[in-house]
Each structure stands twice: as structure tokens, then as C-alpha cells.
Design a protein around this ligand. Structure first.
Ligand code: 0RQ
Length: 509
């Protein structure tokens, strides 16, 4: 891997992951690279976890504060959480062990909008950043850093941190060089200026990170893959959701409300999102673009087929098979993939200007179209809000999609009242399940409720929702958004008590 480190001075700072982990102090804050399982450091966090375990076994408490881009991988979040070594973490997490620590109260977790992490760090509200621990795919002769498969908040971590540790991962394709666009024009108020990006395919920055080389205390060589997970082939539910959504796009084009090549697509992570992208392969839309957060398999297929002319994101999140295709052909993708800092990929100003079509998943929605993306039964975190808020509020059309039930039908995804709110009704314009698509634009709360119940709810739960709505309309304190305060969470309570939201007696309540 030596040739990946072009700068002689940095070559001289190569050391073992154990020695590098030794430079991280207990109680300190570490800004790590990594976004949706891509581009995260893989060897130093594992070595740090072992060190933490040894310290704790010797009766010396050792915990660190972790900032990242978004979710990382088992060698980082998993290993450090298992060692009970994370005192505080932000933002988005999807690691099961970290999730368990958060939900058992062992770890503080700050679930922020992903576009806001870097600016808030610059504002100083998060306190000092001691160490940046960043995976790169190479270092140039001049000491510029070639980013890896995600950009995330790395620019900010490298600039803000007191010391820098680099992991140079030779497993990553060398053809990544040139794919990134690192924007250096961001400033804080009152000096903030418009971001000069008016098309998704524009480059407004440079392909590498700058770094003050005096701050680099360690360079570690790595040869390990990202956490690339396979996607399951879309099931009938995902295909039905995709079908409704594509019919909606065709309808909007026919009505002249969307151009024939649509508008820049934003797609959340997960199997339903991937099914929608797969559906676009056969849909009558060409020269599509994506201005999104994550490029997953479905988008790679669209790029390969030429349906998608360009994808802008902050990270790749591909299955092992897709990674192989990507690496084989990375030079070809370089012109049509742009990876940017997450504050740019998700920037509200840009999402609004470009008019993104936002498509995100959810945990549950209520009859008025408020959306809970994060908390099961109002209190247990699943993952986090991720970039869904950045896109949903500012999108041209904000779409949320979900199977109508969860846990084998024991849970209705449409409930009288969401047990936690991430996206208020104003930010939820279209709701889609396998049963249909509710276009909520321009509808008042009671009209939204009828549309959502009739179109999106599972037929097994529809009568109970209608019954609730009718009694709320008759007996609510106010009539604008009829609500029975004493009953609004009865479905969640019933699930916690009985394991199912279905009324035990088959009755409506
Ligand atoms: O849990 O695996 O334990 O069974 O939630 O649900 O149906 O597999 O759906 O993968 O699309 O995830 C909202 C979590 C949906 C995701 C969420 C349980 C369900 C399962 C996953 P199990 P599915 P998906 C930009 C966009 C927030 C971030 C975001 C997410 C698990 O989309 O994290 O949008 N979104 N980012 O059983 C109890 C319910 C449930 C439920 C689902 N009502 N009650 N459990 N589950 N609904 C991209 C980024 O920011 C990175």
C-alpha cells in the first residue's frame, strides 16, 4: 500500500493500529469518517475497543465521545459499543449493539439532521474536537487526501480536530480519485453566501481534502472492505409501493406538474427504496438525475443503463456484487458520480433550489400525516432521522413510503396518533403503502385523514381507524384536527401489553 501514500513525510508516520489507538485519550472526542457503512476507519477503532476493554478490566474507566457522518460498521460502532466505550455519539446510527446501549440508557445519542452536523460543529456548540480519525483511499505527493467511499463530515473533522489519524485503505478503488467535490466556501453567519450550485452535475469544489500535515500524528495502512450488505430482491409489498409511486410520477408528468425527466431524485436507504429505483429501470423516464445522500444498488443499475445521467450524493452504499461492478468500472462512473460533503448533499438551500423528489421510509404515520421515522412505540430508537428531515421539508414533493403493517401484521403503520414526531404533516405531501398512494397536497386535516385511511391503511385496521376518526369528530375538544387525547395512544399501549395492536375482542377500539 506504500504507493497509496505519496507524501514522504506522511509515509514516515505509518504505525500500527494499536500505537495509533494509544494516541486517543479517555474522555476525548473523536470525529470519525463513515456514512451508511462506507468509508469508515476499520483498524484503529478495533484497536481502540481492545484498549478500552483492557483498561476497564484493570478497573480504569475509559470511554470516548464519537462524532461520525452517519452509520458506520461493526468494526467501529459495533466494537466500541460492545466494549461499553462510547459515552456519547452523534448522529445517525444503525448498529444493533449501539442501538441496544442507547435504548438501555448506557449511551447518549444525539440524533441530528445530517446537514446540520458540520455547521453546528463550526458554531462551537458541540465543544472541541480532539481527534479526527478518517479513512482515505490515498494521499498525494503533496499531502492532499483522496477521499474514500464516503465524504460525510470529514472536511470539518480534519479542519476542526487538534490531531489527525489517517487510515489509508488500499482495498478502496484508486479510481475514486476525481469522483469527489469538496466545497470550501461555507462560512458562518453573518458571512454566509449562496452556495453556487444550480444543477446536480455541477462541481463547485476540489477533488481532495486539504489537511494541515503538522496535525497528522499517525497513518495506518488498511486493506479491508466496507460493510457492504446485500439487498433482498424486492418482495410483492415493495413492488406494489414502487408501482403506485411510478404511476404517480407518470400522472404528474401527464398533468404538466413534473418535467418528463422528473426532477432530481432523493431516495432513502432500505429495500423499499431500492425497489422503487428498480422500478424506474422500466419506467418511461429518461435522463434522470439524483441529488441524494446515498447511492445504492438500484441507482448503480440506472447509471449503467443510462437511464440516470448523474448521481450526486455523499456516500456509496452498495452490495458486495455491486461494489465489484463499481470497482471494475469506476473510471466509467467517475464522470457520472459526484460525492460531496453531507452538508452540501443534504443542504436545505440546494434541495429547495433543485426541487428534489424526496422518497423516504418511516416507522409509522398517523391519520393526519405526521410521520415518525425513528422511535418504536414512542421511546425505543430504531436508527435516527438521518437526512430525511433535510430533504422532506425542502423537497419539491415530499413522499413517504412504507408497508402498511409491521411485525407480521401485529402493528399498523397507520395509527390514530404517531407516538413520536419527526416530520410534521406540512412536510409530508404524499404517503404510499402497498395499498395505494394518498396525495395530500392541498388537503385539510380531516380530508387528509379520510385519504390516508381509505388509501394507505391495511384493510384489517381500516374499520378501527374510521371508528376512531368518527368518534373523534364527534367528541374532540376542537374540530380542526379531531383527537381523543385519552385514546390516541391506545393502539401502542395495546401492543406493549398484548404484542398486537389488533383489538383483542375484534371490536373497533
Ligand atoms: O425491524 O428488522 O427488527 O424486523 O423497523 O423496517 O420495514 O425493514 O423498513 O428498512 O425501510 O426501514 C424508518 C427504519 C424503515 C428507515 C426505517 C421495524 C421493522 C424492522 C426496519 P426488524 P423495514 P426499512 C436518508 C433517509 C430514517 C432515516 C431516513 C429509517 C425495522 O427508513 O431509518 O429516512 N429511516 N433516512 O420491523 C415497530 C413499526 C415499525 C417497526 C418498521 N411501526 N413498529 N417496528 N419497524 N415499522 C438516508 C439516510 O439518512 C442514511
Amino acid at each position: 500500500a506504500a504507493h497509496r501514500i505519496g507524501h514522504a513525510g506522511l509515509r514516515a508516520r505509518v504505525m500500527s493500529p494499536e500505537d495509533a489507538a494509544g494516541l486517543i485519550a479517555s474522555g476525548s472526542t473523536v470525529g470519525m469518517s463513515g456514512f451508511t457503512g462506507s468509508g469508515y476507519p476499520k483498524r484503529v477503532p478495533l484497536a481502540l475497543a481492545r484498549r478500552i476493554e483492557a483498561e476497564q478490566a484493570a478497573g480504569r474507566p475509559f470511554r470516548v465521545r464519537i462524532w461520525t457522518g452517519a452509520s458506520t460498521g461493526p468494526e467501529l460502532d459495533g466494537a466500541l459499543a460492545k466494549a461499553d466505550g462510547i459515552e456519547y455519539r452523534l448522529p445517525y446510527n444503525s448498529d444493533p449493539i449501539a442501538r441496544e446501549k442507547i435504548n438501555s440508557g448506557r449511551m447518549h445519542y444525539v440524533d441530528m439532521h445530517l446537514s446540520q452536523v458540520a455547521p453546528v460543529a463550526w458554531q462551537g456548540f458541540l465543544g472541541p474536537l480532539d481527534t479526527a480519525l478518517v479513512e482515505v483511499s490515498g494521499i498525494t505527493e503533496d499531502g492532499d487526501l483522496i477521499p474514500s467511499t464516503s465524504v460525510g463530515n470529514n472536511k470539518t473533522w480534519l479542519e476542526r480536530a487538534g490531531q489527525v489519524i489517517l487510515e489509508v485503505n488500499r482495498w478502496q478503488s484508486e479510481a475514486l480519485h476525481g469522483m469527489h467535490d469538496i466545497y470550501y466556501g461555507a462560512a458562518l453567519p453573518p458571512n454566509r453566501v449562496p452556495i453556487p450550485l444550480v444543477r446536480p452535475d455541477q462541481r463547485i469544489g476540489q477533488p481532495t481534502f486539504r489537511c494541515d500535515l503538522d496535525k497528522v500524528v499517525a497513518v495506518v495502512e488498511t486493506d479491508a472492505p466496507d460493510r457492504n450488505q446485500p439487498f433482498s430482491t424486492p418482495d410483492a409489498v415493495a413492488e406494489a409501493i414502487a408501482g403506485h409511486l411510478l404511476a404517480f410520477f407518470r400522472h404528474e408528468v401527464a398533468r404538466g406538474r413534473l418535467p418528463a425527466s422528473l426532477l432530481p431524485l432523493q431516495s432513502g436507504v432500505g429495500n423499499v427504496a431500492n425497489a422503487v429505483l428498480a422500478g424506474l429501470m422500466d419506467a418511461p423516464f429518461d435522463t434522470l438525475t439524483a441529488y441524494t445522500e446515498v447511492i445504492q444498488d438500484g441507482m448503480l443499475d440506472l447509471l449503467e443503463s443510462g437511464k440516470l445521467s448523474l448521481a450526486s450524493a455523499t456516500s456509496l452504499s452498495l452490495s458486495p456484487a455491486a461494489v465489484e461492478r463499481f470497482n471494475r468500472d469506476a473510471a466509467r462512473f467517475r464522470d457520472r458520480v459526484i460525492l460531496r460533503p453531507q452538508e452540501i448533499s443534504n443542504h436545505p438551500e440546494l434541495v429547495r433550489r433543485l426541487g428534489c423528489l424526496a422518497m423516504n421510509g418511516l416507522i409509522e404515520a398517523d391519520i393526519y400525516g405526521n410521520v415518525n421515522s425513528t422511535h418504536v412505540m414512542g421511546s425505543r430508537i430504531q436508527n435516527g432521522i438521518g437526512g430525511s428531515g433535510d430533504f422532506a421539508r425542502n423537497a419539491y414533493v415530499s413522499i413517504f413510503m412504507t408497508p402498511s403493517t409491521a411485525k407480521g401484521g401485529a402493528i399498523s403503520a397507520i395509527v390514530p396518533k404517531v407516538s413520536h414526531v419527526d416530520h410534521i404533516a406540512q412536510d409530508v405531501q404524499v404517503l404510499v403503502t402497498e395499498h395505494g398512494l394518498a396525495d395530500l397536497r392541498g388537503l385539510a386535516p380531516r380530508q387528509r385523514a379520510r385519504a390516508i385511511i381509505d388509501t394507505c391503511a391495511h384493510p384489517d385496521y381500516r374499520p378501527a381507524l374510521v371508528d376512531y376518526l368518527e368518534r373523534a369528530e364527534a367528541g374532540s375538544f376542537g374540530g380542526h384536527t379531531p383527537t381523543l387525547l385519552g385514546e390516541a395512544f391506545a393502539w401502542h399501549r395495546r401492543f406493549i401489553e398484548t404484542g398486537s395492536m389488533r383489538p383483542a375482542d375484534g371490536g373497533a377500539r
